[in-house]
Write a new protein. Structure first.
Lengths: 126, 380
């Protein structure tokens, strides 16, 4: 968990070399409720930091997922096609959405570390 | 992460500009852990345990919904039924005591100003209208019936108890509730509280709507939730349930630009009213009954798992736009996306293949019979 960085839009990224695994936070899945569909990005697509790169749909609504850092999509979590609810059971683990070859690791400096994100989220709760 | 589509943005704008009102159950809903949202000017629970869990619980057992945001109106006067018929195409005059009807307020073009339930009691009509347009409805009724004959029941709560266990749960407090059939109503004592109880609802399941004095609302809700098969449910499940049941949501599936005929609600207009007219827009509605309407509300089952939501374009096989989705989402009981919308009449036949345009992708779908989930009303 400690290696993850979070955006204030509730996405996370965890780096392994220049490859970042991206998903939505546990707080985000809790807010969305039961996930019924995930529109995954195309492998090979180029995404910009804060650009829309996936859509997660709950029973109630569709939500855009923004890339926490820019780069090329190198892998997607195809298991979400048949089991989108995996995001509910493991938003920050098995429910990852895609892997991105991050073009500029410096973009991660703007993100929150685990402790800072948890504090940010606790400030959002009623 | 951020919301997609114009609908959420529109709701947000509305919610920011006007502070929401409470219902007699707002505090109670919050105490149950409801996630509260502004809706039609009221602070309402979107969900308690989760939309899907509440949806499934309603289909398998029973759920209690706070619908006190809706307008409850008592209509009196010697010619109340005849006067109401000048506003709606439904048969009101021949409605027996203790019976209720679904109908619509229409405008001179035949468009729908609101949809409503009218119940005849011995000495008055009891009318339930949608929250978002209730002020306009009340003004409309006062214009036709006289201000003194249209009494807005501000001091009453309204709850819906819906699901196959609803009859057992309500009958344990009020045995008389078991005697009602679908679309019947009576004044019934429920656990010591004077209520107006109707066997009706908005989920496709057997169930009741219960009007109770505001001061007793929380006590009544507590008694109903005391039944082991009853759990609270919010607006999210109410929406997915009514969508699977093929029922219209005012402001989305029907509005001032759609007629009851285009909306596939011709069944709600009786024979005498079709022949005699005498309601706003009768000429247009009678002409559409005779010749057919140019467009029609139909259901769709999209292939795959991606939901097609309100605003999605409907295209024919040649890529021409033939209509728009007005409600759509994931149907938990179906286990797949469901949607409804309007198409040109030429494409309204069952099984017609169309494409629904979602985020610039074309999802194949077929015109499908509604309801998507069989209605299980208690008919005598």
């Amino acid at each position: 968990m400690s290696g993850k960085k979070f955006s204030q839009d509730h996405e996370w990224i965890e780096m392994d070399g220049d490859i970042g695994t991206v998903g939505i936070s546990d707080y985000a899945q809790e807010q969305l409720g039961e996930i019924v569909f995930v529109e995954l990005p195309e492998v090979g697509a180029t995404v910009a930091a804060k650009g829309q790169f996936a859509v997660v749909e709950s029973v109630k609504a569709a939500s855009e997922i923004y890339a926490p850092a820019g780069g090329e999509v190198v892998e997607v979590n195809g298991a979400l096609d048949d089991a989108p609810e995996t995001i509910n059971s493991g938003a920050e683990t098995t429910g990852w959405i895609a892997r991105i070859r991050v073009a500029d690791p410096g973009e991660l400096d703007a993100l929150l570390d685990d402790a800072a994100y948890r504090e940010f989220v606790s400030g959002l709760e009623d | 992460m951020g919301p997609q589509g114009s609908d959420q943005q529109r709701n947000r704008t509305v919610s920011e500009s006007i502070p929401p009102k409470s219902t007699p159950l707002t505090e109670f809903n919050r105490s149950l852990g409801g996630r509260m949202v502004p809706f039609a000017g009221y602070e309402m629970p979107l969900q308690f345990d989760g939309i899907m869990a509440e949806h499934n619980h309603t289909r398998s057992q029973a759920s209690l919904f706070d619908v006190s945001h809706m307008g409850q109106i008592r209509v009196t006067g010697t010619d109340a039924a005849a006067a109401m018929e000048t506003l709606v195409p439904g048969e009101i005059s021949a409605l027996g005591v203790g019976r209720m009807r679904y109908t619509q307020f229409t405008n001179p073009q035949g468009g729908i100003l609101d949809d409503l339930m009218v119940t005849r009691f011995a000495d008055h009509l009891f009318v339930v209208v949608n929250a978002a347009v209730k002020d306009a409805d009340i003004a409309l009724m006062r214009g036709a019936l006289g201000t003194d004959n249209v009494d807005v029941l501000e001091d009453r709560a309204l709850m819906a108890l819906q699901g196959p266990a609803a009859a057992a749960a309500l009958s344990s407090l009020a045995p008389a509730a078991n005697e009602l059939s679908f679309m019947e109503a009576a004044a019934i004592d429920v656990g010591g509280i004077d209520c107006l109880v109707s066997r009706s609802g908005y989920t496709g399941e057997d169930g009741y709507e219960i009007s109770a004095p505001s001061v007793h609302a929380a006590s009544l809700a507590e008694q109903l939730l005391g039944h082991p098969h009853v759990a609270p449910a919010g607006l999210g499940a109410r929406d997915s349930l009514r969508l699977e049941a093929g029922l219209c949501l005012y402001g989305h599936d029907i509005d001032e630009t759609t007629t009851p005929i285009e909306a596939a609600l011709a069944w709600s207009i009786g024979k005498r009213r079709r022949e005699e007219g005498g309601f706003p827009g009768a000429e247009t509605i009678q002409q559409q009954l005779r010749d057919g309407a140019a467009c029609k509300r139909v259901g769709f089952l999209p292939e795959g798992r991606a939901p097609a939501r309100e605003g999605a374009a409907i295209e024919n096989q040649d890529g021409q736009e033939i209509g728009q989705i007005t409600s759509g989402g994931f149907g938990p009981t179906i286990g797949a996306p469901v949607a409804m919308g309007y198409v040109d009449a030429a494409f309204a036949q069952l099984d017609t293949a169309v494409n629904l345009v979602v985020r610039e992708k074309r999802l194949p779908a077929r015109v499908t019979k509604m309801p998507f989930v069989a209605q299980r009303y208690h008919k005598s």
